[in-house]
Ligand binder design. Structure first.
Ligand code: HMG
Ligand code: MG
Length: 288
């Protein structure tokens, strides 16, 4: 049976959007429940500006409280050198490498400005020293490209802009790239078009699909991506989420729903459904 890897982003992409402060212990308990469900890649926070995203300001404390006796990749988002320094400091006393860092850019200028306060080109220049430092330190790097089909500010995104963004990231290092339908406006047609274009410039095995469910089409977009050979999907337990800088971006597609759809299509995920459901209950309780 072909394996599909679920990359859990709930503790970061999900919780970053919550207004009320969530206790470190609650975040850690949710992450533990996700580990118990069998997830091997869990995005646990970000080293971004606490003025921009206050909810993630405790990422160092979350990392310090995690269980490192397993083989889980606890990933974190890093937007610039200052974020890299935060990651290095937070990792210094851990029993082993926490996991990979994720660097993120947009395919559209409007979202780049709103999310990172710079142009796409500037964001790539800021990331160059981050990727270089991570490579020297042996820390794996994942890339994100946002707004792969539509931007809340600029409208439809041309596939060529996504290809340019992917190539920009992969010039820094040959990293895997998660393609984000940040506002959930994509359809199987627009998603297929952009993935086909990206697959001409990088191996499909390094492409992940990251779908938000605003339009109720995330699962169909997962299915369309599967048909093109994508085997990694980002998802958030309990459908937590959204992006604070993307108006109209509510939840990420729910991990439980992605698991159900891909398994119904004959793929395996290796996840424990009952344990995942328990994590979903915890996630929904954390939501304001
Ligand atoms: P800026 O204001 O332009 O930054 O923000 P700056 O370099 O001018 O610095 C301003 C202040 O922020 C300074 O402090 C810096 O030290 C501080 P001050 O002197 O005013 O006291 N600062 C930082 N502090 C902590 N950590 C840092 C950091 N950098 C600067 N790393 C910046 C630029 C990139 C920092 C800001 O725009 C930011 O934090 N943006 C991140 C927004 C974010 O996290 N968005 C959500 C994640 S992306 C997403 O959800 C999409 C995704 O899921 C995929 C998809 O769905 O498409 C990944
Ligand atoms: Mg997202």
């Amino acid at each position: 049976m072909t394996h599909v890897r679920i990359y859990e982003v709930g503790p970061r992409d999900g919780l970053q959007n919550e207004k009320a402060v969530i206790a470190v212990d609650d975040k850690v308990a949710l992450i533990k429940a996700l580990v118990d469900a069998g997830l091997k890649d869990i995005e646990v926070g970000s080293f971004v500006s606490p003025k921009w995203v206050p909810q993630m300001a405790d990422t160092d404390r979350v990392m310090a409280a995690l269980d490192y006796t397993n083989d889980v990749n606890y990933a974190t988002l890093v937007p610039n050198v200052k974020g890299w320094e935060g990651f290095v400091q937070a990792s210094a006393n851990l029993p082993r490498n926490a996991g990979e860092i994720a660097v993120f850019i947009a395919a559209s200028e409007g979202f780049s400005k709103a999310n990172l306060n710079c142009t796409v080109e500037e964001s790539l220049s800021r990331l160059a020293p981050v990727v270089e430092a991570a490579q020297s330190a042996g820390v794996p790097v994942r890339g994100y490209v946002s707004c792969i089909t539509d931007c809340p500010f600029d409208g439809p995104t041309p596939p060529e802009a996504v290809v340019r963004a992917v190539e920009g990231l992969r010039r820094l290092a040959p990293m895997p790239v998660s393609l984000g339908d940040t506002i959930g406006a994509g359809t199987p047609e627009t998603v297929t078009r952009v993935i086909k274009a990206v697959a001409e410039t990088m191996p499909i095995s390094d492409v992940a699909g990251h779908f938000h469910d605003t339009g109720g089409r995330a699962l169909d977009n997962v299915q369309a991506s599967l048909e093109l050979g994508v085997r990694v999907f980002d998802a958030a337990v309990g459908g937590l989420g959204g992006c604070p800088y993307a108006p109209g971006a509510p939840g990420n597609v729910a991990t439980e729903a992605v698991v159900e759809r891909v398994e119904a299509l004959g793929y395996s995920t290796g996840l424990d459904h009952a344990a995942l459901a328990r994590a979903g209950v915890m996630a929904r309780k954390l939501r304001g």
